[in-house]
Design a protein around this ligand. Structure first.
Ligand SMILES: [Zn+2]
Length: 374
């Protein structure tokens, strides 16, 4: 295993350790708005105390990203429309639908107060509303333009500005793929503790970089998590780490947690970041060794597809996606096609690690093409 021990002076915002290992990432980094390339390489800091992984951004990067994520262009992007094919349901379902299926059995009140931090257009709260019509649903986001896209119903409440201005008393606070985008994590955790009722629940879902190394490559995130790092962080702030029993989000961390008395400052070590970087390096080498005669596509229009495109460049012909919202559009300036238009000799890369063989099996049954798992 490749371990880089270079230590530099940056303070960990969680445990205040002053020595962080510097990790270089020699791959393109993408912005999560549209997965275009933001930088050609990246740097991370790994806290040797609580193990937090920081994406190192310059002040110029931060200012540029702040402007983008508070813009109308961002508010108008449709990023919550991704669908999942899950055995239990006949039709494709959304991430929000599955999240409410997981969370609602743990709620004790039929009319809970729910806060979604990083609510975007309120899609998750809308799914709660269809199953819990008596709930009071609060959405918080830093982009005030999102107010225009947020449901206009009497039990829906949009909040912008400071979290500190929101009155407390929530049965549930949700953070779906948003915790990595909040710069001041200690303040966030302090506010969550204040906002929750004593027995209130906190739901966090975020990419697991052990299972999905491509998520290291999000240029605009402040942190990366593995289950161990998430557990260390939650316990540091006095929460108990309880992974949700689920297999719908195999490449994410999904936890439902509640306050658990005093904070714990004993941390478990986690060096998975080095394995994840090695996985990316190996994938890049395999991609560059692909024989050149067939058309090459990649499955998916998120970080994993962007990574394959950033390595193959002009050799990648386009993207394959089953989501009707993506077909016929451009992703990273290339065409997105439905797999039923693939030709027999087209090569399709499935870059989803341990999930790839199952996807390959289903695609080979339904569509033409030569499928390659990575
Ligand atoms: Zn730390």
């Amino acid at each position: 295993m490749l371990i880089r021990k270079k230590v530099f002076n940056m303070e960990c915002s969680v445990c205040h350790n002053k020595n962080l290992e510097l990790i270089n990432i020699n791959h393109a980094m993408f912005r999560h708005l549209d997965f275009t390339t933001f930088k050609e390489s990246g740097r991370m800091g790994r806290c040797t105390g609580c193990q937090m992984l920081y994406n190192i951004l310059s002040q110029k990067d931060i200012d540029q990203l702040d402007r983008l994520y508070c813009s109308r262009e961002y508010a108008q992007s449709h990023q919550t429309s991704q669908t999942f094919i899950v055995e239990k349901y006949q039709k494709p379902v959304t991430r929000c639908f599955l999240q409410t299926e997981l969370i609602i059995p743990h709620l004790h009140s039929p009319h809970p107060h729910i806060l979604d931090i990083g609510c975007f257009d309120g899609a998750l709260l809308s799914d709660f509303n269809s199953k819990l019509p008596q709930a009071q649903l609060f959405g918080y986001d830093v982009n005030e333009n999102l107010k225009d896209f947020f449901p206009q119903k009497s039990n829906f409440h949009f909040r912008c500005g400071e979290l500190a201005d929101i009155p407390s008393g929530f049965d549930l606070i949700c953070m779906s793929h948003s915790i990595i985008l909040v710069r001041n994590l200690p303040n966030l955790m302090k506010q969550i503790k204040r906002l929750l009722k004593p027995k209130g629940l906190l739901f966090i879902q975020t990419p697991n970089i052990t299972k999905n190394p491509c998520y290291i490559l999000l240029a605009d995130q402040y942190y990366c998590f593995t289950p161990v790092i998430m557990s260390n962080m939650l316990q540091h702030f006095g929460f108990k780490y309880i992974p949700l029993e689920q297999n719908w989000f195999a490449r994410d961390i999904a936890v439902l947690t509640r306050l658990n008395g005093p904070a714990t400052k004993s941390y478990h070590q986690d060096l998975d970041i080095y394995k994840s970087i090695e996985t990316l390096d190996t994938m890049a080498i395999r991609l560059l060794e692909l024989p050149g005669k067939n058309r090459i596509f990649v499955l998916g229009t998120t970080t994993n597809g962007a990574f394959v495109d950033s390595v193959l460049k002009d050799r990648l012909y386009g993207f394959v996606d089953e989501n009707p919202n993506s077909i016929g559009k451009l992703f990273r300036f290339k065409n997105v096609i439905h797999p039923d238009t693939l030709a027999k000799n087209d090569t399709v890369i499935i870059p989803y690690g341990t999930s790839s063989p199952t996807i390959k099996e289903r695609f080979s049954r339904h569509y033409q093409g030569i499928y390659m798992c990575m």
